[in-house]
Design a protein around this ligand. Structure first.
Ligand code: NI
Length: 190
């Protein structure tokens, strides 16, 4: 497996709708494995294929006790009850804002072998699923923010605050492998 470069806000691929996957082949499985590795290396809880420049309806996710890869998801249930909480995105490194999401989101999808799968998310997993399906539709989390938070985000982006810092091994005073990850704390990052 290999880590892939993550596309940052401003890259047009993040605004495009990803296409249905039709070939459940080794290439797809390799991409899913690479995405899982990339997501973990960046301390993310979810990653959509758009974010590594691939317009296929595929995302990976991970919570404390489970992880997976989801292909061609469709939402079958979204609770009216919502959750509030800070959210970030690997394509907006270092930015976190309160983002309202459904408390529960259920999907039907395929796994990387083309087998049917269902995923019933509540809390963090519901947040991840909603965030990643947005990505597959070219929608970014800043579009869900309160107006003043969105303005703040755009101001920070204009100031050039979205750069990933250099890898920890290049920093003289890094405390450990995760010491300088911009996403290691502050809320769910997907
Ligand atoms: Ni994201």
């Amino acid at each position: 497996m290999a880590e892939l470069p993550i596309r940052i806000f401003g890259d047009p691929v993040l605004r495009e709708r990803a296409h249905e996957v039709t070939d459940f082949d080794d290439r797809l499985r390799r991409l899913a494995g690479d995405m899982l590795e990339t997501m973990r290396a960046a301390a993310g809880a979810g990653l959509a294929a758009n974010q590594v420049g691939v317009l296929q309806r595929l995302f990976t996710w991970e919570t404390e006790d489970a992880h997976g890869a989801v292909v061609n998801p469709t939402i079958t249930f979204e609770s009216e009850e919502v959750q509030e909480g800070d959210e970030g995105c690997l394509s907006f490194p270092g930015l976190f804002y309160p983002t309202t999401r459904p408390l529960q989101v259920h999907i039907e999808a395929r796994d990387v072998f083309g087998e049917e799968l269902t995923l019933e998310g509540e809390g963090l997993l519901a947040r991840i699923i909603a965030h990643e399906i947005d990505h597959l539709n070219g929608i970014l989390f800043i579009e869900h923010l309160a107006r003043h938070d969105r303005k703040d985000a755009m101001r920070r982006i204009r100031r050039g605050e979205l750069e990933y810092p250099p890898p920890p091994e290049e920093l003289p005073d890094a405390e450990g492998p995760d010491a300088e990850l911009p996403n290691a704390e502050g809320g769910a990052v997907a």
